[in-house]
Design a protein around this ligand. Sequence first.
Ligand code: GDP
Length: 184
Amino acid sequence: SSPNKSDSDYIFKIVVIGDSGVGKTNILTRFVTGTFHQDVQTTIGVEVLRKRTHIKSSFTNQNVEVELSLWDTAGQERFRVLSSAYYRQACGVLLCYDITNATSFQSIQRFWIKEVDHHTPPSCQCILIGNKCDLGHLRAVSEEDGIRLAESRSMLFLETSALSQENIAKAFETLAELILERME
Ligand code: GDP
């Protein structure tokens, strides 16, 4: 059978974006394989991870199986040249910054949101992620600032930690539920 075939009810393409070093790869590997890597590993080439998950349809109240096709950047975010192909047919975006890095938060406002607007249709759902919330003692971006930015764009917001696992599964499941909701 073709590798794109899935027994799941739906396949959702979700892309993960944000500055280099905010934890994108670890957010994905924590969710998909349950692992965490202390070292910075540069993603070479676009990497796509798949994971099946069950979410509840708010429409039918039934459980639905979705296959998430999760796209990690090619390390190209350092040069800010993610191609249109990266975003093509994405129905969800994880917009990630690092709560200990104010520049990574400014980049969301100054650059990444514009990229999403430019490359994805309005139906594409976004969730704002403040990662590394285990490092509260090094915090440089307040939770209120995250909430305010998300609200200004009608996005959901979660602080996560790929290290402690806090809110990692919730981020993907919430986004998948939102995508499903908008389809129904
Ligand atoms: P990417 O460049 O955005 O893909 O970021 P990486 O996933 O490669 O992570 C960059 C660095 O931050 C690595 O050293 C990770 O171990 C670290 N890191 C990622 N997520 C977390 C987290 O939630 N908490 C902490 N303390 N470190 C993290």
